[in-house]
Design a protein around this ligand. Structure first.
Ligand code: P6P
Length: 337
């Protein structure tokens, strides 16, 4: 009988540690703790309709957004798990205005800092739409043995050592990169393990899906308006095969485009001149994944991963997806500049 070997996340992490000759297992331990937290959050989300964890917490986050109970649950779950790893000295999350530093001696000596949106698109949970966790991991720039500092969290995205997301959808998947390609793991609830289901993910060089909230159309830059009309062209011979798909949950919209090809657009608008999405813990990690899978991410002009953050929660216009589609969008934007 053909033996069917399942590669679990932990097996894969240990095996891939060999990619880093000087690795002593710290990043591996961190990633394993991340997987545990993702399983805990997934279980809570999957029964959210049955326990008192839906709805708003009555709190507001630094963005001025209503915090739902699951936001806070996910935030605390990941912070606790990664503190327990002993490899992380500090944290920035969407739910906390300031940096979180771990003061115990083990954590002070931690080599890594962690940025995350613990539950992106969380307002969708109440209506059973996929949501996600987005994370980025850097080596600290401050001296080990001391508390993490602000400068640890204002590094360009190109300095990330790992990044990824968890998508809580029809199944729960963890997709991550350590700079050597992108791999996807699907949670098998029957054994409680993330199992390698999407090895070496490659983003199609082009595609037919464009994802944008056209409700903001009137406020878009002219180049974006022209790109949308280009996609919608129906008169032969230039008629286009495009289709519009927009879930309103970044991780879900990006994950579909990663597998099928497509472009996600969140432009600046008159109301939000810097766009809506946060550079540090939404755009940068997704951009790292996109580039590692052969795609592209920019603010319309500059590579997202090259942007130097000046504040923890700063926003940026964001265009991410299949290489040729992002390149064409950038041409439309530059036409009228
Ligand atoms: P809009 C969710 O609130 C989020 O941060 C992303 O997940 C999503 O892509 C975007 O905002 C949706 O924003 O303005 O279309 O509702």
């Amino acid at each position: 009988m053909k033996s069917y070997h399942i590669t679990t996340l932990n097996e894969f992490i240990i095996r891939r540690q060999a990619d880093f000759p000087y690795a002593k297992g710290e990043l591996s331990r961190l990633l394993s703790h991340l997987g545990i937290a993702a399983k805990i959050v997934s279980k809570k989300i999957n029964k959210a309709g049955l326990v008192d964890i839906l709805g708003e917490s009555g709190e507001v986050n630094v963005q001025g957004e209503e915090q739902v109970k699951l936001d806070l649950f996910a935030d605390q779950t990941f912070i606790s798990a990664l503190k327990a790893s002993g490899e992380v000295c500090g944290f920035v999350t969407e739910e906390n205005s300031e940096i979180i530093t771990f003061e115990d001696n083990l954590s002070r000596d931690g080599k890594y800092i962690f940025l995350m949106d613990p539950l992106d698109g969380s307002s969708n949970v109440d209506v059973n739409v996929s949501v996600g966790t987005i994370f980025g991991i850097y080596r600290r720039v401050t001296q080990r043995g001391h508390l993490a500092g602000q400068e640890d969290f204002l590094q360009e995205g190109s300095r990330m050592v790992a990044a990824g997301y968890v998508i809580y959808g029809s199944s729960t998947m963890l997709v991550y990169t350590t700079g050597k390609g992108v791999n996807g793991f699907t949670l098998d609830p029957s054994i409680g393990e993330f199992c390698l289901s999407h090895p070496d993910i490659r983003m199609p060089e082009t595609g037919t899906i464009y994802s944008i909230n056209e409700g903001h159309y009137a406020r878009f830059p002219d180049g974006v308006k022209r790109y949308i009309k280009y996609c919608q062209e129906i008169d032969p011979p230039t008629s286009r095969p495009y289709t519009s798909r927009y879930i309103g949950s970044l991780v879900a919209d990006f994950h579909r485009n990663l597998l099928k090809g497509g472009i996600f657009l969140y432009p600046s608008t008159a109301k939000a001149p810097s766009g809506k999405l946060r550079l540090a813990y939404e755009c940068n990690p997704i951009a790292f994944i996109a580039e590692q899978a052969g795609g592209k991410a920019s603010d319309g002009e500059k590579r997202t991963l090259d942007q130097k953050p000046t504040s923890l929660h700063q926003r940026t216009p964001y265009y991410v997806g299949s290489l040729r589609m992002v390149e064409l969008l950038e041409e439309f934007l530059q036409q009228n500049s």
